[in-house]
Design a protein around this ligand. Structure first.
Ligand code: ZN
Length: 150
């Protein structure tokens, strides 16, 4: 990855950490779940409103490091207005991007989520980046128990 690209990615992550999008709770949300990453101390709760199989609103609250907060923020933007299947496809590609080692390949379908391509070089950070996604999926599946990355 070029230095310029790395700096750009860093800037997007810092911006979403400082001003998280879709931050806050949804009162009476159709689906919600909580997730923890004990390794880093990240906590997140995801709220989803649904209508006709689409997610009309997705929000989150919690506290965590810059990576987990930015990941939650960018995730809500990526899945809002999508169907469950579309969100699942985005998750799969995202997870593949952050866990596949070797030569980096472009992921144009992921849009801004591509800023997390660099976390694959930091195994500890992968859990920070994927925590919001695991929590989101638990909310979709109606899981009562809190998600833990450990
Ligand atoms: Zn973290």
């Amino acid at each position: 990855m070029s230095l310029d690209l790395r700096e750009l990615y860093q800037e997007v992550i810092l911006d979403h950490n400082k001003r998280p999008r879709n931050h806050g709770r949804i009162e009476g949300a159709a689906r919600t779940a909580e997730g923890h990453n004990p390794l880093c101390g990240d906590n997140v709760r995801v709220y989803i409103s649904t209508e006709d199989g689409k997610m009309t609103d997705v929000r989150f609250e919690g506290s965590g490091c810059a990576i987990s907060t930015a990941s939650a923020s960018l995730m809500t933007e990526a899945v809002k207005g999508k169907s469950f299947e579309e969100a699942e496809a985005i998750f799969k590609e995202f997870q593949q991007m952050v866990t596949t080692t070797g030569e980096a390949v472009p992921h144009p379908d992921l849009g801004d989520l591509e800023v997390f391509a660099g976390v694959r070089e930091y195994p500890v950070r992968i859990k920070c980046a994927t925590l919001p996604w695991h929590t989101f999926r638990a909310a979709l599946q109606g899981e009562e128990e809190a998600v833990s990355t450990e």
